[in-house]
Design a binder for this molecule. Sequence first.
Ligand code: HEC
Length: 491
Amino acid sequence: MAGTTTLYLGPVKVNFGVFRLLVLSFATATTVMCALGPNNPKLTSQTVNVTNLYNDTCSKCHGVNGEGGGAGTKTLLTDDKFDAKYDRPYFEAIKVGVPTMGMSEYGSTMSDETIWSLVVHIRELQAKAWRQSRPRTDASKIVHTDLHDYLMEDVVTEGLKTPWAIDWLPDGKMLVTNRPGTMLLIDKSGKQTQVEGLPKVVELGQGGLMEVAVHPKGKWIYLSIADPKEGNDRQAMTKIVRGQLDGAKWVKEETIFEAGQEFYTGAGVHFGSKITFDKSGHVFFNVGERGGNMLAQKLDNPFGKIYRLNDDGSVPKDNPYVDESPFPGMWSFGHRNPQGLAIDLKGRLWDTEHGPRGGDEVNLIKKGSNYGWPVVAFSINYNDSPFRTPWPKADEDIELPAFRWLPSIGASGLDIYAGDAFPKWKGDLLAGGLSGANLTRIRVADSGETSSEELLFGLGRVRDVRVGPNGYVYVALNQPDKIIRLRPAKS
Ligand code: HEC
C-alpha cells in the first residue's frame, strides 16, 4: 500500500456504565461460542461461500478477478481503490446498489456480514493484482523507499530455530530467543553463547520461548513463555518472568504474571506475547485469546487482554479493573492475538494483532478500552464464509483500529523508529508480517490519519522488528531463520 492514505475512523468513547452491561450479556454467549469453535459457519448463521457468491452474482459485470468490463464497469484493481478509505463506500455500494449505473441493491437479500465478506473478497482480488507489480526485495542491491535508501545485511545466520525476539543489553550484546526454549547472547564480534538456566518452556504450536525485553534501566530482563501445566506438558499458558544475567547464566528469576492452572490449555494458538516499558516504571504485555473468541470480551479470564503492572509485578492502584477482575493487571480487552506492542515517542501505547482471514490491526491502546474481538472484525472465516462487519453497533463501546491490513499479513513484531540512522522515519511504526513476509512503515498523523509503505517483502516470515542501539533496523526472519538488518545506503 505504498504511499496510500487511510482515514482513522476511531476512537469510539468508552462508557463504563454501558460496558458493565455488555460484559454480563456476553457471559451467556461465551459457552455457546466456544463449543462451536472459531471457524464454524453457524457462528454467523450463514453457510455462504463468498467466492461462489461473488462468481455467481457479481462477476458477470465486475469480472472473476475484479477486472471489470461487463455493463460498463471499471476495473476494481487500482492502487487507489485498494485502500481502507473505500471500505465503507464499497460496503454501501453493494448494500444500496448503484442504480444510476445499473447495479441493483443487495441489502434486502444479504446480511451486512455477507455484504462485508464481498468487500473482503474484492480486497483479496486487489491484493493479488497489487502484489504482481511488486516483486520480492532484492537483498543484494540498494533498496529505494519513499524516504530512505537502505542496504540489507545478514547479522545472524547460525544457532537460530524459529527466532522470536531480539533485544540488547546496555553493553551492546544482543539477545535472541528461539521459540523451542533457548536464548543466545551474541557479542559485537558475532560470538554466540547459549544462556544457561532459563525457565522450562513448552513449544506448543505458536507458543514457546517468546519475547525478550531488557528493562530500560538495564538490569532486569523480561521473558514471555508458554509455561507448561503442572504434570501435563501438552497444556500451557503465557507467563511473564524476569531475571538477570550473571555472565551467560540466568539468575534471580521472579514471576511477574501467571494465571491459575485452570487456565492452562492445550490450544496451540494465540499466546501473544510482547513486552514493553513506559517511562513511569510500568511494564505492559499482552496475552492472546488462545482460540477462546468471546473470552476476550470477559474480565473473568486472562485471555485476549493487554496488561499493565508495575515493573516488579505489583498492581498499580489506578488500573481500570482492579475491583472487577481477578486479573487486576488488565489494561484493555477484546484482543485476539496481539503480537506487537510498543510505546511511541509521545508515550502512546500501540499494538498490532492478528485478525483471522483479513483484518490485522494496529490499535492505539487506551486504559480500560474494548478492542472488539470477536464482536467486530474485518475478517471472514478461513472457510470462505462471512463472519462479522468491522463496525460496532450504536450500543457497543468498541475502539476501531487506527490502521488495518486487509488481507492479513500475520502481524507480528512492532517497534517505533527512535534511532538516528534513518532520521526521516523518526517516530514511525515498523510492523512485521509473518504470512505477509513483509515490513511496513506506518505514520500516524496528529489527526489520526495514517499513511504506510512496505519497506521489505518476500525474504521470509517477519517475526520481530527492533531498532538497534546503532539505529539500524533489525528483523528476525523465520523460514529461513535469520537475523538481518537494514542500514542506510549512501546513494
Ligand atoms: C449488472 C452489472 C453489475 C452487477 C451484477 C454488480 N455490479 Fe457492482 N457495479 C456495477 C456498476 C456499473 C458499478 C458502477 C461503475 C463502476 O464502479 O465500475 C458498480 C459499482 C460497484 C462497486 C463500487 C466500485 C467503486 O470503485 O467505487 C462495488 C464495490 C461493487 N459494484 C460491487 C459489486 C458486488 C460485490 C456485486 C455482487 C454482489 C456487484 N457489484 C454486482 C455493475 C454491477
